[in-house]
Design a protein around this ligand. Structure first.
Ligand code: MBD
Ligand code: FE
Length: 308
């Protein structure tokens, strides 16, 4: 089928003007990106013969997404945040640099400036009837040398899969702490075993996922930022082994190297030593950091974050 050259020229002209290519001001990179994006959207409209109704449904969906502050949640759910990790991994592999603990997505639920403590912290406010989690590990470099004074910034959900701040029913900074590693590079926290997260069932992200025949669940996980002067910033998570969604995460964040095996501690002497009432769950996870070549690698990527 031959396309009408007149109409093609008309669309080309429209897209060039609408993306600012014919204007003097503005940002060139942004113009070129918008031009590609608009071309792709028009191509899709044509290919699927998108109706006016479908088009306005999509436009109003964007309003709904913004209204519920779920754009970053959808970016995770569509695998786009994971795609950024894939690209970062690829670049690292191509450069031949040594790698430490693998990265995985930050997700949309971080809150900056959680309480900072030395070596140890209790993360939960004691308000929930939950299994106690004793989480500990070491931060080392590629040679196994301990990194003292690293900041391990930890955040996770409660037993309902909710995160403090976003879940207004929780106390401020509940299940969010920053720990400075001790002289042996070690960190320890007492917390509660988290449950997996599920997208708000009445929200726009879940609505889109449902239309794709997908669920919006994540396995039980704990988020980490690990940073220290002279080392590349690490954004990662661990998954607790045994969760039904372990390899079916709607946000694609699971990696084999990031699975931790929860251990049931029944020895009352150990519990007493930790000042824990009875049986509890221990989780061990250690991190390997890579030395940074440039100081900007020591910081987490720039992104709008709560309380930052
Ligand atoms: C989460 O807890 C999360 O970590 C991600 C990536 C998306 C939604 C909820
Ligand atoms: Fe999470």
């Amino acid at each position: 089928m031959s396309q009408n050259p007149v109409h093609q020229t008309e669309l080309d002209t429209l897209l060039a003007i609408s993306s600012g290519l014919n204007s003097t001001g503005g940002n060139d990179r942004f113009k070129n990106i918008m031009h590609q994006l608009l071309s792709d959207v028009c191509k899709t409209i044509k290919q699927f013969d998108i109706t006016d109704e479908e088009f306005w449904l999509a436009v109003n969906y964007l309003n709904e997404l913004g209204g519920r502050q779920e754009a970053a949640l959808l970016a995770a759910g569509l695998g786009l945040e994971h795609y950024l990790d894939m690209r970062a991994d690829e670049k690292e592999a191509a450069s031949g640099e040594e790698v430490g603990t693998p990265r995985t997505i930050e997700g949309p639920l971080y809150v900056a400036n959680a309480p900072l403590s030395q070596s140890f912290a209790r993360m939960d406010d004691g308000s929930e009837q939950a299994e106690t989690m004793w989480l500990q590990g070491q931060v080392t470099d590629l040679n196994g040398k301990p990194v003292a004074g690293a900041i391990v910034d930890i955040w996770h959900a409660n037993t309902l899969g909710g995160y403090s701040f976003f879940d207004q029913s929780q106390s401020e900074y509940n299940l969010r702490r920053r720990i400075l590693t001790d002289e042996n590079g070690r960190y320890t926290v007492r917390s509660i075993v988290p449950c997996g997260y599920g997208c708000p069932p009445d929200g726009p992200t879940q609505k889109l996922l449902t239309a794709l025949g997908r669920h919006g669940n994540r396995p039980a996980h704990v988020h980490f930022f690990v940073s220290a002067p002279g080392y590349k910033h690490l954004t990662t998570q661990i998954n607790l082994n045994g969760d039904e969604y372990l390899w079916d995460d709607f946000a694609f964040a699971t990696r084999a190297e990031l699975i931790a095996d929860p251990v049931k501690i029944t020895d009352s002497a150990v519990a007493k030593q930790r000042d824990i009432e009875g049986e509890h769950t221990e989780v061990n996870f250690s991190f390997t950091l890579v030395a940074s070549a440039e100081s900007n690698e020591e910081q987490k990527i720039k992104r709008l974050r709560v309380k930052e």
